[in-house]
Design a protein around this ligand. Structure first.
Ligand SMILES: [Zn+2]
Length: 372
């Protein structure tokens, strides 16, 4: 397809409100069935509603043999990337790539609060990709995180307290290495509600909404392909496809068949991502008995890992102790936006090229093997 010069730049947005409007307009133009889930806990900075919007094209729920479900904004501020690609899918007719008995379901801004407020977390400081687990079954301990929590969350952002914390982090990285630090920070923790990568103690509104959407849109399907858009790991504009084993233990093998040998999995220790608990993929557990689910995360690079982790640390401090309206607060908000959004035409062209390719591969995967 020959796309005009302004594409894909024009699919991407400057903020959540614009992204939501672009998504809904493109969905209507594409003839999608649209629904919206309103977050009752929070509002946009200008007071508007925060919604997760769902567009469906193809056979009705319960009547599709296969579903390609694409989610954006799991990590709020990372939603700029996934939203732009979802608009691109609508504008380029991605649904037409699917077999006729399959539906395309686009879930826009599953964590709308984080998208609107430029945070990776939900309105309750929860990392949605650590929150999808059975909270009645207890929570995994993360002793490594416990050991560094105080350094990640200094009370003062300037002065001796911050300098001591920075020195302790530098010594830790020096002794254990950067990946060990990343694992300790980002694996997920359930004991420090004011900390980083906090998985929560109950399902968040976003996690419950995700379960509702999966139940409503994937029920009855025999095959489900899931793409979850993320940013913040890897080289600028590069895409790492990350798979987990899934409920049937074959998810990563299937993902390699569909997307190629470059698919990574934290369980095999070859991914840029640390192994995490409570990821979005668990949202499919309820339908795993009847459907074969192949779920991957698309992880797009923006800045270096130390820059990204430092932006998260700064943002956490800002919302605990700082004033988002101050000059310092605004600078931190710019810092975290830049850490998760390569807001340049070339970056957008690059990530769209991969997204388009992955959608085609998912469509072929849904079509290829016999159902059931
Ligand atoms: Zn992410």
């Amino acid at each position: 397809m020959n796309l005009p010069e302004s594409v894909p730049d024009s699919w991407f947005s400057a903020d959540y409100a614009e992204a939501r409007a672009k998504f809904r307009t493109a969905a209507e133009r594409a003839g999608a069935a649209l629904s919206a889930h309103r977050n009752p806990n929070a509002r946009q900075p200008d007071g508007g509603d925060l919604t997760t919007d769902v567009a469906r094209i193809g056979p009705a729920p319960g009547e599709a043999a296969g579903v390609l479900i694409v989610s954006s904004g799991t990590h709020g501020v990372e939603g700029f990337c996934g939203s732009g690609c979802q608009v691109g899918m609508l504008e380029t007719g991605a649904a037409d790539l699917l077999p006729p008995d399959c539906a395309l379901v686009l879930v826009h801004a599953i964590n709308p609060y984080g998208f609107a407020w430029l945070r990776r977390v939900t309105e309750h400081n929860i990392d949605l990709n650590r929150n999808n687990l059975d909270h009645s079954a207890g929570h995994p301990a993360n002793e490594k995180y416990a050991g560094i929590h105080a350094w990640l969350t200094p009370r003062d952002w300037r002065g001796p307290g911050r300098e001591e914390a920075d020195a302790a982090i530098a010594a830790y990285i020096n002794e254990h290495g950067m990946f060990a630090f990343q694992e300790a920070v980002s694996g997920g923790q359930y004991d420090f509600p004011d900390g980083l990568f906090y998985g929560g103690r109950a399902l968040s509104w976003s996690a419950r909404t995700w379960l509702t959407v999966v139940g409503a849109h994937c029920r009855g399907a025999r095959r489900v392909a899931h793409l979850d858009f993320h940013t913040g790991l890897g080289d600028y504009g590069a895409c790492e496809i990350i798979s987990v084993e899934g409920a049937d233990g074959r998810g990563a093998d299937r993902a390699r068949q569909w997307y190629g040998d470059e698919v990574k999995s934290p369980e095999r220790n070859d991914s840029l991502s640390a192994a995490v608990t409570g990821s979005m993929e668990n949202g499919f557990d309820g339908i795993a008995g009847e459907a074969e689910v192949t779920s991957v995360a698309l992880e797009y690079g923006t800045q270096s890992l130390p820059e990204v982790l430092e932006a998260l640390r700064a943002d956490n401090w800002l919302h605990l102790y700082g004033d988002p309206e101050s000059d310092e607060g605004k600078a931190i908000k710019r810092q975290i936006r830049d850490a998760f959004y390569g807001d340049e035409p070339e970056w957008k062209r690059t990530i769209w090229a991969t997204a388009d390719q992955v959608v085609r591969q998912a469509a072929a995967g849904l079509a290829a093997s016999p159902y059931g």
